[in-house]
Design a protein around this ligand. Structure first.
Ligand SMILES: O=c1ccn([C@@H]2O[C@H](COP(=O)(O)O)[C@@H](O)[C@H]2O)c(=O)[nH]1
Length: 278
């Protein structure tokens, strides 16, 4: 399902329609239990179907956490394939949170898996790790550009351990997280409304890299369960506020399994971040 429009343009249109929120599909074993579902491929399938019913048409972006599907082997990946394709067929943008990153030739295969036209797991965008060097992402950057897909590059992650690498200093004095943001910004130069190369910046951080020149989406996970708040988003985003895509998973998912209750939880989060559209 190659798009003639860029991911940045499609995301910009979707956030204009639905607000900026991204909701995660994170089938934690504890959530399956809380939803009265078995810890099995069948439980995973029911969990995902409920999420699809609750989230389609409600939010700009849905982010399945790939790890929770991989944990069930080929059966879990088959559920993920169906989930991604049903969401996309319904017109909802899908960001696969796979955090892929490897040497160039292997990165090429990851890129084909997540962004290749007609791939069983083809998504609108995928999260990638630049910590083998930003240039190792080139095959994914090229395929994203060719197919109208997007990338979200891990820059400053929400986990406390990330600081060890991301706050270290490059030879030119910049923090590594800033280097990653600047590299992404260079790929977004000249993009129309919004570039297609986003970054991930945790809402739990005390300080964010300078995002002012990014001209691309800023995915902010870490809200709710990890302690980040709407005020943190406002504080960290700087001039990039209108490009922030706040991401919540457990904060919404704990309202399930009722579709109505999930939609009410989504509505509360959309409302909490309405200021991003002002
Ligand atoms: O820096 C990062 C990057 C990704 N994530 C992912 O987002 C969700 C967060 O889930 P919550 O339940 O809202 O805490 C999860 O899939 C993470 O892998 C992140 O948290 N931080």
């Amino acid at each position: 399902m190659t798009s003639t429009e860029t991911f940045g343009a499609r995301l910009h249109a979707a956030t204009g329609r639905h607000g900026s929120l991204c909701v995660g599909v994170d089938p934690h074993p504890e959530l399956l239990e809380a939803w009265g579902l078995p810890d099995s491929v069948e439980g995973l399938e029911q969990f995902s179907e409920i999420c699809v019913e609750a989230f389609v048409g409600q939010v700009a972006l849905v982010k399945p956490q790939v790890a929770f599907f991989e944990a069930y082997g080929s059966g879990g990946l088959a559920v993920l394939e169906r989930t991604v394709s049903v969401l996309r067929e319904a017109g909802t943008l899908v960001l696969a949170d796979a955090k892929r990153g490897d040497i160039g030739s292997t990165m090429n295969a990851y890129a084909r898996a997540w962004l290749g036209a007609g791939s069983p797991l083809e998504s609108d965008a995928v999260t990638v790790s630049p910590y083998l060097g930003f240039g190792s992402l080139d095959p994914a950057l090229e395929l994203a550009e060719r197919n109208g897909g997007g990338l979200f590059v891990l820059a400053a992650t929400s986990n406390p351990e990330g600081a060890q690498v991301q706050l270290s200093t490059a030879a030119d004095g910049r923090r590594i997280s800033q280097v990653m943001v600047d590299e992404a910004a260079a790929r977004n130069a000249g993009a129309d409304v919004l570039g297609s190369i986003g970054v991930v910046v945790g809402a739990t951080l005390t300080e964010a890299p300078d995002l002012d020149a990014l001209h691309g989406p800023i995915l902010m996970p870490g809200i709710g369960h990890q302690g980040g708040t709407a005020d943190d988003v406002r504080r960290l985003a700087g001039a990039g506020l209108r490009s922030v895509v706040p991401s919540v998973s457990r904060e919404v998912l704990r309202a399930g399994p009722s579709v109505t209750a999930l939609q009410e939880a989504v509505g509360r989060s959309v409302e909490a971040f309405a200021f991003l559209q002002d």
